[in-house]
Write a protein that binds this ligand. Structure first.
Ligand code: TRP
Length: 361
């Protein structure tokens, strides 16, 4: 059995640096590693609708934004299948059967769902579709027989829940589904990149994001106004690097060769941090260094995006062909699931004979 990747994003906005270090960068590396037999990348519009039912236009507008961000980052449609969740109806049927294998209290205990309910002030008015989206996500993953889900830490409870569904399904109906594993970022700073204001997470509503498609000028402004150490007032003051967003970003993006290229006064991040902590190093210099590193990263992404933007019909065509290919794979899994559940009545040659015998006595 081969190694298969399934992962995706909700199309509620353009993708930002948090998405990039949390999962996107890894996907491109895995895609180009040749270690995987198949890679599926899903634009999770149906999941996005679970808490945006009254705003379908937002989801509709962001399909192309997310697709452009994927292509700009180096997701290659010749190597990876990019598709739209709602175009694969088989996923709904799988979720319908999986719902019988999960209790309400188990869903209530899902920590990601819990936090999201609080964040959205749903309290007593939680849409059922939103509440059950971990089950739908288990369908996304298992429909493609995914072995590996590269995703951020916040997705861990989803994968755990998917694994439980797989074990329960296979336990009742026989070995049918594949148990997936999450692949987390390997660096703590990448695990949860803070917003530019130092808040826990990049989020559109907080206005603390650096988007992959931001212009050079927008990125410069964001970096120059980044949260640092509020007690580091004069250059000679000693500074803190813990909780200092600029240094957290350097932990996520800086490589040793960046020093030779952009700041030869230092030879490593540790050396730079030590100077900052001693005092005598101003924020502006460190911010300029971070900006140079981000520009090196974002320039080719921005340029590739511009190229694809010139041919939007081609991008939709990639999504259409990807969705058709995805649908075929999901239909294969669904057939296995129906057979295992013994609801494949018209494909089961034995059924009519067996029922005839039963009534002929
Ligand atoms: N829940 C993911 C997010 O918040 C999106 C998603 C939907 C997903 N289905 C998935 C991720 C399956 C990984 C695997 O962005």
């Amino acid at each position: 059995m081969g190694k298969i990747i399934l992962t995706g994003d909700r199309p509620t906005g353009r993708l930002h640096l948090g998405h990039f270090v949390g999962s996107l960068r890894r996907r491109v590396e895995l895609q180009n590693s040749g270690l995987f037999d198949k890679i599926f990348i899903m634009i999770a519009d149906a999941q996005a609708l679970t808490d945006n039912a009254d705003n379908p236009e937002k989801i509709r507008q962001n399909i192309i934004e997310v697709a452009l961000d994927y292509l700009a980052c180096g997701i290659d449609p010749a190597k990876s299948t990019i598709f739209i969740q709602s175009q694969v109806a088989e996923l709904c049927e799988l979720a319908f059967y999986y719902m019988n294998l999960v209790t309400v209290s188990r869903l209530q205990r899902n920590p990601t769902v819990k936090t999201e309910i609080q964040m959205r002030n749903f309290e007593t008015s939680i849409p059922v579709g939103f509440f059950t989206y971990p089950i739908s996500q288990a369908s996304d993953i298992t429909a493609f027989r995914a072995t590996t889900v590269p995703a951020g830490e916040d997705q861990q409870p989803m994968i755990e829940q998917a694994r439980e569904i797989v074990r329960r399904f296979n336990g009742i109906y026989g070995d049918t589904l594949v148990e997936p594993e999450i692949l987390l970022p390997d660096n703590a700073a990448c695990m949860r990149l803070p917003g530019t204001d130092g808040k826990a997470k990049m989020s559109k509503s907080l206005g603390n994001c650096i988007y992959l498609s931001d212009s050079s000028e927008e990125v410069r402004k964001r970096v120059m106004s980044m949260y640092t150490d509020p007690d580091h007032i004069r250059v000679e003051d000693p500074g803190k690097v813990e909780g200092n967003t600029v240094f957290t970003y350097l932990d996520a993006f800086c490589r040793p060769e960046h020093f030779a290229q952009y700041w030869p006064d230092y030879s490593s991040l540790d050396e730079l941090k030590a100077h900052y902590q001693r005092g005598g190093l101003g924020d502006v210099k460190v911010k300029k260094f971070l900006f140079a590193i981000l520009e090196e990263l974002l320039t080719p992404i921005r340029e590739r995006r511009k190229e694809w933007e010139k041919d939007i019909p081609a991008v939709f065509n990639i999504l259409k062909r990807g969705s058709e290919a995805a649908r075929e794979v999901a239909a294969g899994t669904l057939a296995d699931v129906r057979r295992a559940m013994r609801i494949d009545y018209f494909d089961d040659a034995e059924l009519i004979a067996e029922q005839s015998r039963k009534f002929s006595v």
